[in-house]
Design a protein. Structure first.
Lengths: 666, 159
C-alpha cells in the first residue's frame, strides 16, 4: 500500500513540475490551453496530496508501525485526538501537510480567478505550483513519510508528552496556514512583475488572502505562546527561541505589508516597498522552515538535525534571487504616482510604522543569526537568548505602541496644526495623567510606566475615533448612538476592524507588561501540611496524589488555595512520566483577569516533601483576551463589503472633484 | 577631632560600600536567567528547571548558589561560568568587542533608516513646494481647511 503512497508522491512531483512549467509558459506564450492544463493539474495535485495525507492519517489511526514515521510519533496508548495530530508532528508529515494546504489554497485561487485576473493568474499559479514542486521533491528525494521499517516494532515511541496539548494540536496547522497563506500574495506579486501589471490590482486581489494569512499566523503565534505557558512550565509564554522567532518575523513584516498596501491603494505610492515587503515575508516563512528543519540553530521546537537545510537554503536563495532580479528589471515602471507631501502626514506615519515593524523583524533576525555570525567571525560559539531580545525589543515595541496611536490620527497628505491639536490633546492628556497616577501608585520602572501610559493614550485615540464617527453618523442619519456605532463599523469594516485589532494589540501589551514587570515568585520546599504565602494567596500543601493513567505515571501535589483568607479551590501541579520520554511538568493555573496563580511541581521525596515553584503573574490573561479581540477585529475587516458600491461611488466622486491643487500637482 | 571626623567618614564609606555590595549581591534567579542550560534545550537554566527534570540545570544552579554564597558579584560569577563552559553559557552576548555589534546594529539600522526617511520626505516636499512656484503647499494651512476636510472625509470612506 505504501508503495502506492510513494508512487503518489512521485507522480505529484512530476505533475507539479509540469504544471508549473505549463502555467508559466501558458502565460508567456498566451496559450489558454496550457493555462487550462495547469489549472486542471493543480486540482489533480490537490486530490493526489489529499490521497497521500489520507493514507498517512489512516496509518496513524490504524497504528501501523511498519511506517517509520508512525512508529516514531505515536503509540498504541496515545489518545486518538493526539494520534491524528501526530500526522504533522514530525518532519516528513509536516512537509506533506504543508504542501496539502498549499495546494488547497492554489485550487481556491484558480476557482476565484476563473473570470478575472487572467493575465496575472498563470504566473501566480506557476509560482504556487513551483513551490509545491519543491516540497514534493523534498518528500521524494530527502524525507518520505511513507518509509517502511525493515522490522516493525510492536509499539511506537509515542508522541512527545509536551506535544500532547490542545494548544500544540492547533499551533502547527494555524502557523502553516499563515505561512502558506502568504505564498498567495507573494505569487501574485511575482505575477504582477512578470506580467508587467504593476498597478494595485495584485494588491486588491490578494487583500483578503493577506489578511487571512496574517490572521492564521497571529493565531499560530498565540497558540504557540499559550502552549508554552501551560505546557513548558516556566511561567512564561515567549522564550525568544529561534523557532518562535522564525514565526514572529514574517508576522512583523506581514503586518508592515498590511499597513503599507493602503498607501499604494490610495495614493499609488510605495509600490517597490510593498513588493519588497511581501517578498521578504514569504522569504522569512521559508527561512523559518529552514531554521526549524535544518538543525542549524538548536531549539526546543525544531525537528532536529536533518539533510533538508541545504535544500531549503537553496530554495530560499532562488526565491530571493528571482524576486530581486524581477524587481530590478521592473524598477523604472515602479515609480510612485505621487510623492510624500510632508513628514507630518498619515503616509509618513505609515512609513515610520513600517520602519519600526521591519526594524523589529531585523532585530529578531539579527539576534537569531548572530550565534552563526559569531562562530564564523570569531570561531566562538555564543548564545543569544531572552535577555538580549527583551532589551532590544522593549524600546522598539514601545515606539510601535506609540505609533499605533499616532498613525490613525494624522491627516492624509499633510497634517495641519488644527488637525494635530484636535486629535492629540485628549489622548495625550489621558496618557500623561495615567503616567502620573501610576507613579503615585508606586510604579517606578520606566518601561512599565511608559507601556501603560502609552496604552491609555492609544486606547483613548481608538475610543475617540469610534465616538466621533458614531456621533457624526447619528447626527446625519438621525439614529441612536449605538445603532450609529454599529452602522459605522459595518460601513467601513476595514477601517474599524483595524481599530479593533489595535485594541487587541493594546490588551496584549497590557498583558506582556504586567506579566513581565510585576511577577511575584517563590521557590519552596514543603512538608505535608505546610503552608506558603504569596501575594494575597495562602497555599496549603496536603500531600501527593497519584493521578496515573494507562499511558503515563502522573504524580500531583494537592494544594488548597485561599485568597485573603477565603478558600477558593484546590490545584494539582503535577509531574508526568511517559514511557520512553523524560518527565515533564504539568503546571496548575488559576486564571483571573487580574492575575494568574501558577504552580510548578519540581520534585518530591519519599516523605512527600515537595519542591515547588509558585508564581503570581499579573494581567497575563489579557494576552489571550487581546488575541481574541484581534481575531474578532480581523474577521470584521475580512467581512464582505456590503457598502462597496457606496465606496466606489465615493472614489468616482473624488476623481470628478479634481481639486485645483491636485491638478497642479499632476 | 580631625581623626574622629576622618574615622567617621571612613565608617560611613565602609557602611555605604557594604550596603552597595549587599545590593549588588545577585539573586539565584538573576544568575539562572543569565545562563543557558547545557542539556540542549536552548532555554535558560531558570526556564529549563521549571519545565523538566534536568540534571545539568540542577548542577548549574548548585554551582551558582555556591558562588553567590562565596560573596561574588554577578559579573564575577558569570566570568567563572564563562571560564568553565565557554561564552555559550551566557544567555546574552557580553556587551564588548565583536559582540557589541549584536546590541547596537538593530538600533543603528532603525535610526539611520528613520533619518533617511525624514530627509527624503523633506526633500520631496521641498521639491514640490518649489515646483508649485513658491505657492503654499497643498492643505498646508487652515486656509485650506475646507478642501482638507472634504478630502479627509472621502479618504476616510475609502479606508
Amino acid at each position: 500500500m505504501y508503495d502506492l503512497a510513494n508512487g503518489v508522491l512521485l507522480l505529484s512531483f512530476i505533475l507539479a513540475g509540469y504544471a508549473a512549467w505549463a502555467a508559466f509558459m501558458g502565460g508567456r506564450w498566451r496559450q489558454p490551453e496550457l493555462i487550462k492544463s495547469a489549472e486542471r493539474a493543480a486540482v489533480a495535485l490537490f486530490l493526489l496530496s489529499s490521497v497521500a495525507i489520507g493514507m498517512l492519517t489512516y496509518a496513524f489511526v490504524t497504528r501501523d508501525f511498519s511506517l517509520e514515521y508512525v512508529a516514531s510519533y505515536s503509540s498504541r496508548t496515545l489518545p486518538m485526538f493526539y494520534t491524528v495530530s501526530a500526522v504533522w508532528a514530525g518532519q516528513a508529515g509536516s512537509l506533506l501537510f504543508w504542501v496539502w494546504l498549499l495546494l488547497m489554497f492554489t485550487v481556491i485561487v484558480v476557482w476565484q480567478n476563473q473570470k478575472k485576473n487572467r493575465q496575472l493568474l498563470p504566473y501566480a499559479l506557476g509560482t504556487l505550483l513551483f513551490t509545491a514542486f519543491f516540497f514534493f521533491g523534498l518528500m521524494v528525494y530527502a524525507t518520505s513519510p511513507f518509509k517502511l521499517l525493515p522490522s516493525p516494532p510492536a509499539d511506537g515511541n509515542g508522541l512527545n508528552p509536551m506535544l500532547q496539548n490542545p494548544g500544540m494540536v492547533m499551533h502547527p496547522p494555524t502557523l502553516y496556514l499563515g505561512y502558506v497563506g502568504f505564498a498567495v500574495p507573494f505569487a501574485f506579486a511575482i505575477a504582477a512583475l512578470l506580467a508587467n501589471r504593476l498597478d494595485s490590482q495584485w494588491i486588491k486581489t490578494t487583500r483578503r488572502w493577506t489578511l487571512v494569512a496574517w490572521l492564521f499566523l497571529t493565531l499560530g503565534n498565540l497558540f504557540g505562546a499559550k502552549w508554552a505557558y501551560v505546557e513548558l512550565g516556566w511561567g512564561g509564554y515567549w522564550a525568544w527561541d529561534p523557532v518562535e522567532n522564525a514565526s514572529l518575523m514574517p508576522w512583523l513584516t506581514g503586518t508592515a505589508f498590511l499597513h503599507s498596501v493602503m498607501i499604494q491603494e490610495k495614493r499609488g505610492m510605495l509600490k517597490i516597498w510593498n513588493l519588497v515587503l511581501i517578498m521578504l515575508t514569504f522569504s522569512l516563512t521559508i527561512f523559518g522552515t529552514f531554521i526549524t528543519r535544518s538543525g542549524i540553530i538548536s531549539s526546543v521546537h525544531s525537528f532536529g538535525v536533518s539533510n533538508l537545510g541545504p535544500l531549503f537554503l537553496a530554495f530560499l536563495g532562488l526565491t530571493i534571487a528571482v524576486s530581486s532580479y524581477l524587481l530590478w528589471k521592473r524598477w523604472p515602471q515602479l515609480q510612485s504616482e505621487h510623492r510624500l507631501d510632508a513628514v507630518l502626514s498619515r503616509e509618513s506615519s505609515f512609513l515610520f510604522n513600517n520602519l519600526i515593524l521591519v526594524g523589529m523583524a531585523f532585530a529578531v533576525f539579527w539576534g537569531t543569526i548572530f550565534p552563526i555570525l559569531s562562530e564564523a567571525v570569531r570561531g566562538v560559539k555564543i548564545t543569544v537568548g531572552p535577555p538580549f531580545f527583551n532589551q532590544i525589543n522593549i524600546p522598539i515595541g514601545l515606539a510601535l505602541l506609540a505609533l499605533t496611536g499616532i498613525c490613525p490620527l494624522i491627516a492624509w497628505r499633510k497634517a495641519s496644526k488644527r488637525n494635530l491639536t484636535r486629535n492629540f490633546t485628549t489622548p495625550a492628556v489621558a496618557g500623561l495623567l495615567s503616567a502620573i497616577a501610576l507613579w503615585l501608585f508606586g510604579v517606578r520602572s520606566i518601561y512599565p510606566l511608559m507601556s501603560f501610559s502609552l496604552t491609555v493614550f492609544v486606547f483613548v485615540t481608538i475610543v475617540l475615533e469610534f465616538y466621533r464617527g458614531a456621533v457624526a453618523r447619528a447626527r446625519i442619519a438621525g439614529k441612536s448612538f449605538l445603532v450609529a456605532l454599529w452602522d459605522l463599523t459595518m460601513r467601513n469594516k476595514r477601517r474599524y476592524g483595524g481599530y479593533i485589532v489595535h485594541l487587541g494589540v493594546l490588551f496584549i501589551f497590557v498583558g506582556i507588561t504586567g506579566s513581565s514587570a510585576f511577577v511575584k515568585e517563590k521557590t519552596v520546599s514543603l512538608a505535608k501540611g505546610e503552608t506558603v504565602q504569596i501575594g494575597d494567596y495562602t497555599l496549603h500543601y496536603r500531600g501527593l496524589v497519584d493521578q496515573s493513567t494507562e499511558h503515563a505515571r502522573i504524580i500531583a501535589a494537592k494544594m488548597d488555595v485561599e485568597k485573603n483568607g477565603q478558600f477558593i479551590g484546590t490545584l494539582y501541579p503535577a509531574k508526568q512520566q511517559h514511557r520512553r520520554h523524560d518527565p515533564v511538568s504539568e503546571v496548575a493555573i488559576r486564571q483571573t483577569p487580574k492575575e494568574d496563580l501558577y504552580l510548578i511541581l519540581s520534585s518530591w521525596d519519599e516523605q512527600e516533601r515537595a519542591a515547588m515553584k509558585v508564581l503570581v503573574i499579573p494581567l497575563v490573561a489579557w494576552i489571550w483576551i487581546g488575541g481574541v479581540v484581534m481575531i474578532i477585529g480581523t474577521l470584521i475587516a475580512l467581512g464582505p463589503d456590503r457598502f462597496r458600491r457606496q465606496i466606489d461611488a465615493a472614489q468616482r466622486k473624488l476623481s470628478r472633484r479634481q481639486l485645483p491643487e491636485v491638478e497642479h500637482a499632476h | 577631632m580631625r581623626t574622629k571626623t576622618l574615622s567617621l567618614m571612613l565608617l560611613v564609606l565602609l557602611v555605604f560600600t557594604l550596603s552597595l555590595q549587599a545590593q549588588n549581591r545577585p539573586t539565584l534567579q538573576e544568575i539562572k536567567t543569565s545562563l543557558i542550560c547545557q542539556c540542549g534545550c536552548a532555554m535558560t537554566v531558570e526556564a529549563c528547571q521549571g519545565a523538566m527534570a534536568c540534571n545539568p540545570a540542577d548542577q548549574l544552579t548548585a554551582e551558582a548558589q555556591q558562588l553567590i554564597d562565596q560573596g561574588l558579584d554577578k559579573k564575577a560569577i558569570l566570568a567563572v561560568f564563562v571560564n568553565k563552559y565557554g561564552e555559550q553559557i551566557l544567555s546574552a552576548p557580553a556587551k564588548k568587542g565583536f559582540n557589541l555589534t549584536a546590541w547596537i546594529t538593530p538600533f543603528f539600522a532603525i535610526l539611520i533608516s528613520g533619518f533617511s526617511i525624514v530627509k527624503i520626505v523633506q526633500k520631496w516636499s521641498h521639491r514640490q513646494a518649489k515646483s508649485s512656484g513658491g505657492r503654499k503647499p497643498r492643505f498646508a494651512s487652515d486656509q485650506n481647511e475646507k478642501y482638507e476636510k472634504m478630502l479627509d472625509e472621502v479618504l476616510r470612506d475609502l479606508d
